[in-house]
Design a protein around this ligand. Structure first.
Ligand SMILES: Cc1cc2nc3c(=O)[nH]c(=O)nc-3n(C[C@H](O)[C@H](O)[C@H](O)COP(=O)(O)OP(=O)(O)OC[C@H]3O[C@@H](n4cnc5c(N)ncnc54)[C@H](O)[C@@H]3O)c2cc1C
Length: 401
C-alpha cells in the first residue's frame, strides 16, 4: 500500500490531503504539523480573531474528527527535522517515517526584528500563528500605545484592529510609502487616507533604530533619534518561504522550493505547494502568499501525486479587510505601466486598474465587488477592456462584460 506523507499542516497541507482522499486515493496518508492546533485559516488572525469577533473553533478548516474519519494520520505538535531522499524517509524526533511520495507544504516564516535591536523583548509580536495572536491579544486593549512596524497588508490590518479596539496606533514604514511592494501609489494613498480617518498615525520613510525596555518593550527609537513611548509592538515586515527542510534534502531552491508546473520538485517523488513553493507562471517564476494559491496549488500537487498532473496556471486573487473596507485583488500587477482609478457605483466603492500597454494585469477593488468580479472574469479569459472605457466613471462595467 502506498504511503503519502505531507509535511506542514496548514492551508495547503489540509487541502492536499483532502484532495487526495476525495480523488479516491486509498493508500496511507500522514499529515505532520509543527503547531498544536489542527489546520486552520490564518487570515482571521489579523482580522476578526484578533478583534475578538471570531472563536477559535471557527478558524479550523475542518473538524479534527475529519482526519481520523478519512484515514488521515494527523500528527500535530511535531517538527520534521530531516528528509532522507535516498531511503525515502522523514525524521521527526525519534521517529522515522517511510514515504513513497512526499509533499512539502511548510508555508513561510515571519521576518523578525533582530534581538540586538530589541526584537526579542516581551511585548514585541509577529502575527503568523494562532499562538502568536493568543499571546498578543491580552495586550491589545483600549488606551494602550501600539507601534506597528511595517506597512504591508498584515501591518495595516493589525493597525485597523488595534484602532477599532481603542488603542493609540502608530505605524512606521521604512520605505517611502506603505504597500510599496504590493500596490501602486494610488491604492496606497486610498488606504493612507482610510487609516488617517480612523486616527491611525502612519509615518512613511521612517525607519526603526531599536526597541528598548527593561522587562518589556517600552519605547521605540527611530533612525532619526526620535523616541516613541509604546506599550507593545507588532512587527509585519514580510515573510520568507520555509525552505530549511528542502535545503537539507538537497532540493532545488529559487525564491522558495522550486517546482515545475505540475508541482514536482527536483526530486520526482517530492512535491511542494503554498507559500513555500515557487513555480513557473507565464514566462517567469513566482511565489504567492495567499489562500487561493495554497488551496489551488495543493490540489494541483495532489493531482500530480495521483498520476494525473495538470499545469497549475492560476489567476491569482487576494483580499484584505480593514475597518469596513473589503479590498479584493484580482491578478498580479508586476510590470504595470499605467493605472486607472475608477469610482464604483456605490458610495465608498473604488477600484484601481493596472495595465501594461493595452493588457489588463490586475485590479484592486475597495468595497467594489462588481469591479473585482468583472476584472477577475476578464483576467481568467485573457481579455482586456479598453482602458478609456474603464476611465469613464459613467460607463457601466456590465456593458463591457
Ligand atoms: C495574519 C495573516 C493574515 C493573512 N491574510 C490573508 C488574506 O486576507 N488573504 C489571503 O489570501 N491570504 C492571507 N494570508 C496568507 C495565507 O494565510 C497564507 O498564504 C497561507 O496560510 C499559506 O498556506 P500554507 O499551507 O502554504 O502555509 P501555512 O498555512 O503557513 O502552513 C504551513 C505549516 O507548516 C508547518 N511546518 C513548517 N515546517 C515544518 C516542519 N519542519 N515540520 C512540521 N511542520 C512544519 C508550519 O508550522 C505551518 O503550520 C494571511 C496570513 C497571515 C499570517
Amino acid at each position: 500500500m502506498s504511503h503519502i506523507v505531507v509535511i506542514g499542516a496548514g492551508q495547503a497541507g489540509a487541502a492536499l490531503v483532502a484532495k487526495l482522499r476525495s480523488s479516491g486515493f486509498a493508500g496511507d496518508i500522514t499529515l505532520i504539523g509543527e503547531e498544536s492546533a489542527p489546520p486552520y485559516q490564518r487570515p482571521p488572525l489579523s482580522k476578526g480573531y484578533l478583534l475578538g469577533e471570531m472563536t477559535r473553533e471557527r478558524l479550523f478548516l475542518r473538524p479534527e474528527s475529519y482526519y481520523a474519519e478519512n484515514g488521515i494520520a494527523l500528527r500535530l505538535g511535531q517538527t520534521v527535522t530531516a528528509i532522507d531522499t535516498r531511503q525515502r524517509t522523514v525524521i521527526l524526533g525519534d521517529d522515522v517515517i517511510a514515504y513513497d511520495q512526499l509533499a512539502l507544504t511548510t508555508g513561510s516564516t515571519p521576518r523578525r526584528l533582530p534581538a540586538a535591536i530589541g526584537g526579542d523583548l516581551p511585548g514585541v509580536h509577529v502575527v503568523r500563528t494562532l499562538a502568536d495572536v493568543d499571546a498578543m491579544a491580552p495586550g491589545v486593549t483600549a488606551g494602550r500605545r501600539v507601534l506597528i512596524v511595517g506597512g504591508g497588508y498584515i501591518g495595516l490590518e493589525a493597525a485597523a484592529v488595534a484602532a477599532r479596539l481603542g488603542l493609540h496606533v502608530t505605524l512606521i514604514e521604512a520605505a517611502p510609502r506603505i504597500l510599496g511592494r504590493v500596490a501602486c501609489a494610488e491604492t496606497a494613498a486610498w488606504f493612507r487616507a482610510l487609516h488617517a480617518g480612523h486616527g491611525v498615525t502612519i509615518r512613511e520613510a521612517t525607519a526603526l533604530a531599536r526597541l528598548e525596555g527593561d522587562l518589556r518593550v517600552a519605547r521605540a527609537v527611530l533612525a532619526s533619534g526620535e523616541t516613541l513611548e509604546i506599550d507593545l509592538a507588532i512587527v509585519g515586515i514580510g515573510v520568507d518561504p520555509e525552505t530549511a527542510l528542502a535545503a537539507q534534502a538537497g532540493l532545488t531552491l529559487d525564491n522558495g522550493i522550486a517546482v515545475d508546473a505540475g508541482c514536482a520538485t527536483s526530486d520526482p517523488v517530492i512535491f511542494a505547494a503554498g507559500d513555500c513553493a515557487s513555480f513557473p507562471w507565464r514566462g517567469r517564476r513566482i511565489r504567492l502568499e495567499s489562500v487561493q494559491n495554497a488551496i489551488d496549488q495543493a490540489k494541483a500537487a495532489a493531482a500530480a501525486m495521483l498520476g494525473a498532473p495538470v499545469a497549475y496556471d492560476p489567476t491569482p486573487w487576494f483580499w484584505s479587510d480593514q475597518y469596513d473596507v473589503k479590498l479584493q485583488i484580482a491578478g498580479l500587477n508586476a510590470g504595470y505601466d499605467r493605472v486607472i482609478e475608477r469610482p464604483g457605483a456605490r458610495a465608498g466603492a473604488h477600484s484601481v486598474w493596472y495595465f501594461k500597454g493595452a493588457a489588463l494585469l490586475a485590479v484592486d477593488a475597495m468595497n467594489d465587488a462588481r469591479a473585482y468580479m468583472t476584472a477577475k472574469r476578464w483576467l481568467e479569459a485573457g481579455v482586456s477592456p479598453d482602458p478609456a472605457r474603464i476611465a469613464d466613471a459613467g460607463f457601466d462595467l456590465k456593458g463591457l462584460t
